[in-house]
Design a protein around this ligand. Structure first.
Ligand SMILES: Nc1ncnc2c1ncn2[C@@H]1O[C@H](COP(=O)(O)OP(=O)(O)OP(=O)(O)O)[C@@H](O)[C@H]1O
Length: 373
């Protein structure tokens, strides 16, 4: 349905999107996850034809977004990070305008507008000027314009940003509702947001796709990194001997505990096996009491942090090779240093024309002539 091929976007010499490749199939909720500045908005703006690419192409249902914009854009509803609202218009007036731009047949317009207003819960503000609405309501009006025409694909850039917790829950419910009949792609830098609603997650960091999979599989990606930490009463030799009898242990490290007569050990299970019970029984059998047993598991948050702070596909490879932990420590230090250096660099601040929101009447007219919103 959407094919992103070898996409590159440079702002001056700054590489914002770095050879991105991915495919989006029908009927799922895709999450585009990445820290601030990762390149999510840039990618979404290119996918929706708001911005040109430096290299590569985007096909929407086989239509190249730049070469056949009308056919491609017909399939998409887009809520950019800054919703394209004409704030001097009333809500219903604006939605009528959008319906016209989207060439929704006249007899269907009012019914569709009402349906969409009901969906995003803005019926009660339909006669109000957009500029007087709260941030949450403005966001809903932005969402309404994206949904109007009920395109196959709905792309939402940070749809819940600036909303209160109740509004966030409502928007999430709406996204789930939309996903019953549409493919939804949404971006966020908040993991919980993406984890909550998405069937498939694409993690982007520094313009690169560093991982893409279901939330469950992403979590499994690092399960080899789980450890069982123990504190045993006894001496090192006994602890080493007991550990030697436990199966499915890839490696272990043993050292003196802080307390006299205690030993601390970290056990790394093979292939993510759960060895807690075996460890407990082995130490009990030897008459060597365990004072503590702690199982640390990878969460999706760990995956996100490791991948985005590790930041290159090499991170994923290293992880699979089981070298992730040491690699990450080194990489984190290096990244912190690089980030500090990068923050000192001034950004280009090039404002692409495609991204500009029209403000004057002339510009509105231009937009009207362009049949796609
Ligand atoms: N018009 C522009 N001119 C110059 N640099 C830009 C421009 N737009 C974005 N950038 C830079 O490109 C990189 C990617 O930006 P982008 O807005 O796509 O990231 P993002 O993942 O959407 O971030 P956020 O979550 O903060 O919105 C950033 O370093 C950003 O500063």
């Amino acid at each position: 349905m959407i094919e992103v091929k070898n996409l590159v976007k440079k702002y001056g010499s700054h590489l914002a999107v770095d050879h991105l490749n991915f495919t989006v199939d029908t009927g799922q909720i895709y999450g585009f996850l990445g820290p601030n500045g990762a390149g999510k908005s840039t990618t979404m703006n290119i996918m929706t034809g708001y911005l040109g690419a430096t290299e590569g192409e985007v096909l929407i249902n086989g239509h190249n977004i730049l070469e056949e914009p009308e056919a491609a854009k017909k399939c998409i509803g887009y809520l950019p990070e800054m919703p394209p609202l004409y704030t001097d218009m009333k809500v219903n007036e604006y939605l009528r305008f959008v319906a016209e731009l989207k060439k929704i047949p006249k007899p269907e317009r009012q019914e569709q507008i009402e349906k969409v207003m009901l969906m995003v819960k803005i019926m009660d503000v339909q006669d109000r000027l957009i500029k007087n609405l709260s941030k949450g309501y403005k966001q809903r009006v932005g969402l309404a314009q994206a949904i109007l025409g009920f395109p196959e694909i709905i792309i939402l850039d940070e749809p819940t940003v600036g909303l209160d917790p109740k509004q966030i829950i409502e928007i999430r419910e709406l996204i789930r509702e939309l996903a019953k009949e549409h493919t939804v792609i949404l971006s966020s830098h908040i993991l919980a947001e993406i984890q909550e609603v998405c069937d498939y997650i694409m993690i982007i960091s520094k313009g690169k796709l560093v991982a893409s999979d279901t939330p469950e599989n992403l979590e499994k990606l690092l399960t080899n990194q789980q450890t069982v930490e123990i504190l045993a009463k006894g001496n090192e030799d006994t602890v080493r001997k007991v550990i030697g009898t436990i199966g499915n242990v890839q490696k272990a490290s043993v050292e003196h505990g802080k307390e006299e007569g205690t030993v601390k050990a970290s056990l790394f299970p093979k292939d993510g096996k759960d060895i807690r019970e075996t460890v407990f029984m082995a130490f009990a059998q030897e008459g060597c009491p365990l004072l503590m047993l702690y199982h640390s598991r990878t969460t999706l948050e760990d995956v996100f942090l490791e991948l985005t702070q590790g930041s290159t596909p090499a991170a994923a490879k290293a992880m699979k090779d089981g070298e992730k932990k040491d690699w990450m420590v080194k990489r984190r230090k290096k990244n912190a240093q690089e980030e500090a250096e990068e923050n000192e660099l001034t950004e280009m601040d090039e404002e692409p024309e495609e991204n500009a929101v029209p403000t004057s009447e002339d510009e509105k007219e231009d937009l009207e002539n362009d049949s796609n919103l």
